[in-house]
Ligand binder design. Structure first.
Ligand SMILES: [Zn+2]
Length: 63
């Protein structure tokens, strides 16, 4: 997925992609790349993540 003018260094265009090592961002202008945490990858690229199970203490109200 391409993000226009999102590079933190040159405000150029960034491509978000993933490989065997995980997700990463790569600047199209000079090759700057940055690994993404699984959470960031899920938010940016939409990779599936484990479902979030809410932790409820005994006696706690579920909002
Ligand atoms: Zn850049």
């Amino acid at each position: 997925m391409l993000y226009l003018k999102s590079c933190p260094r040159c405000t150029g265009d960034i491509n978000a992609d993933s490989d065997a090592h995980g997700a990463f961002l790569k600047c199209l202008h000079y090759g700057f790349s940055k690994d993404l945490s699984p959470e960031m990858a899920a938010r940016l690229i939409g990779l599936p993540t484990a479902p979030v199970v809410p932790v409820v203490e005994p006696g706690q109200q579920v909002v």
